[in-house]
Ligand binder design. Structure first.
Ligand SMILES: [Cu+2]
Length: 181
């Protein structure tokens, strides 16, 4: 597109008679409609397919994704594991198994928050009365910092959490009911 536009510009610059054979309304019709429409439609379709791809975490094992509920409330994140019977919910710490795709189901109890773990993936808004989904994945066990990335009041800056990625046994251990704590 750039080469084409620059080529036309230089042609009219150096050859003043260039383009006079085509009346101005034809230039508008071809250059303003016929050319941009297919280009923009193609780019839009490409952007949509890429967006879907990113949302699914660039993996094919979406059926195997472990679901985690992430509930934002002023000013803390609460995490629970609805598909794991007997698991305990925790505030401020999200345990995940490393190497597995995690589907975050983000919700909010008060205002709009936004779930974000910069090293693991994109952000997703936590909107009251609505469940938004985002897939993340940690390839290595470790600790990853997470924050709320949507201003939600005076405690917003402190609305941080930690993602702890464990090996599979460590994960089950971390989310299973603990006594004495
Ligand atoms: Cu916030």
């Amino acid at each position: 597109m750039f080469t084409l536009v620059l080529g036309l510009f230089l042609a009219t610059w150096f050859v003043p008679t260039f383009g006079r054979r085509l009346p101005p309304d034809r230039w508008i019709l071809w250059g303003g409609l016929a050319l941009p429409l297919p280009v923009l439609i193609a780019l839009t379709l490409y952007a949509f397919t890429q967006g879907e791809f990113l949302l699914k975490g660039a993996t094919k094992d979406t059926e195997d994704a472990l679901q985690v509920r992430a509930i934002g409330r002023m000013w803390q994140w609460h995490f629970s594991y609805p598909t794991l019977p007997g698991s305990v919910a925790e505030a401020g710490v999200l345990h995940i198994p490393a190497g597995r795709t995690i589907e975050i189901v983000a919700e909010s109890e008060d205002v709009i928050h936004s779930f974000w773990v910069p090293r693991l993936g994109g952000k997703i808004d936590a909107v009251p009365g609505h469940a938004n989904r985002l897939r993340i994945r940690a390839d290595q066990p470790g600790r990853y910092g997470g924050i709320c990335s949507e201003y939600c009041g005076t405690g917003h800056a402190g609305m941080r959490f930690e993602v702890r990625a464990h090996d599979n046994d460590g994960f089950l251990n971390a989310v299973s009911a603990r006594t004495g704590q």
